[in-house]
Ligand binder design. Structure first.
Ligand code: GDD
Ligand code: MG
Length: 370
């Protein structure tokens, strides 16, 4: 069976983390999210995947090639211009045959794909939409179903007054190829506002597959951080890479941890991480490869990508740092602050309240303090 992953969005809500890195390639627990997703598909028996790419396409090619290093067959197809979610699949229709899985490329879930496929076949469904309960459906596609699971209504980004259920489109579909005849070629067309309403009209069997599997759309900074915390505290099935060197402390490769540093899991460390004397690294925290954590620093609930340097006495709490930032001494980066890539902060800066710092920003000593 083949799958299509939609990875053409700009990831604008996740800026500045997506300024240099397409959303599906941003690291999740030190592994590019898309790589994790591909391996999950491979584990569930899907070896051939089409990536419908639009934005920063070369970055996908460089990272994935033809997929042979993952023992998969990967086709990377770039759209001439954004075609929308369904138009993007129409654009790769010639590569598909039979029932096909379609995935939004920004959803973290351990959904059981085999169970979904069985459900699709048992119901002789032509289009099956995975469903998940959420607190606030207004950011998503609301899906009402009949008692037998047939979709009755689909409403993308509903207003408060239109909310009739907490079940939303979870961004995984199984589609029979004949359904693509309803998608106009060579133009922008969406599943959510185009195809689903059309299939409701034509009456082809369209079912919702509700699931209580772990589910989060990683497309916003706060959810990106939440997903890390959830994975680290064990809310979803997740196989950590590397070896467990202490209770719930995983390390890939080698690290240099000073005997007078404290590392309290759940913590994930990349290759070549250095943690200096007196540093306290408290989980849930992820530190990317090559990062150097200075003396007497304190990290808790932090997610750092590769090659960051953290100066003596700095405090990082519930924050995200992209790649290769140099943080001076006694800085505070806390409360949802997001720092992109290649920034240099002088001593004693204080970043908090979800502030977002763009790539390459330089801050002098005490330049920002709330
Ligand atoms: N190739 C391609 N071309 N991909 C696209 C395009 C496009 O023109 N537009 C969006 N995508 C990809 C995005 O990269 C993402 O992986 C996926 O399609 C969904 O787009 P988002 O922009 O993330 O949509 P959303 O999160 O607002 O809403 C969608 O996902 C929700 C679940 O997370 C909808 O499908 C909702 O109904 C759903 O509930
Ligand atoms: Mg999304």
């Amino acid at each position: 069976m083949k799958a299509v992953i939609l990875v053409g969005g700009q990831g604008s809500r996740l800026r500045p983390l997506t300024c240099n890195t397409p959303k599906p390639m941003i690291p999740l627990v030190n592994q590019p999210f898309l790589e994790w997703m591909l391996l999950r598909l491979r584990d569930q028996g899907i070896n051939e995947v089409v990536l419908a790419v639009q934005y920063l396409a070369d970055r996908f090619r460089d990272a994935l090639g033809d997929g042979s290093h993952l023992e998969m067959k990967i086709h990377i197809v770039e759209e001439p211009e954004p075609r929308g979610t369904a138009g993007a699949v129409k654009n790769v229709e010639h590569l598909l045959d039979g029932s096909t899985f379609i995935f939004n490329g920004d959803v973290m879930t351990d959904l059981d794909l085999r169970a979904m496929l069985d459900y699709h076949r048992e119901n002789k469904s032509k289009l099956t939409i995975s469903l998940t309960p959420v607190e606030d459906p207004t950011q998503f596609g609301l899906v009402e179903t009949e008692s037998d699971g047939r979709v009755r209504r689909f409403l993308e980004k509903p207003r408060e007054v239109d909310i009739t259920t907490n079940l939303i489109n979870a961004g995984t579909y199984i589609i029979e190829p004949e359904i693509f005849r309803y998608v106009p070629p060579d133009q922008f067309y969406m599943f959510e506002r185009g195809l689903f309403p059309v299939v409701l009209q034509t009456g082809d069997p369209m079912f919702g597959f509700p699931s209580r599997a772990y589910w989060t759309d990683i497309g916003k900074p706060q959810t990106y951080l939440d997903v890390h915390h959830d994975i680290l505290i064990g809310k979803m099935n997740y196989r950590f890479r590397g070896k467990e060197i202490a209770n719930r402390v995983w390390l890939e490769g080698d690290a240099d941890i000073h005997p007078q540093a404290q590392v309290v899991g759940p913590v994930v460390l990349g290759h070549g991480v250095k943690i200096a004397r007196g540093a306290r690294v408290i989980g849930p925290t992820v530190i990317g490869a090559g990062s150097q954590i200075g003396p007497d620093t304190s990290l808790e609930g932090a997610v750092l990508w590769e090659n960051n340097q953290i100066g003596e006495g700095s405090v990082l709490r519930n924050c995200v740092l992209g790649r290769a930032n140099q943080i001076g001494e006694h800085c505070h980066i806390i409360d949802g602050a997001i720092v992109s890539d290649g920034c240099r902060f002088g001593p004693e800066n204080r970043l908090e309240r979800s502030i977002r710092i763009w790539p390459g920003t330089t801050l002098n000593e005490r330049a920002i303090s709330f």
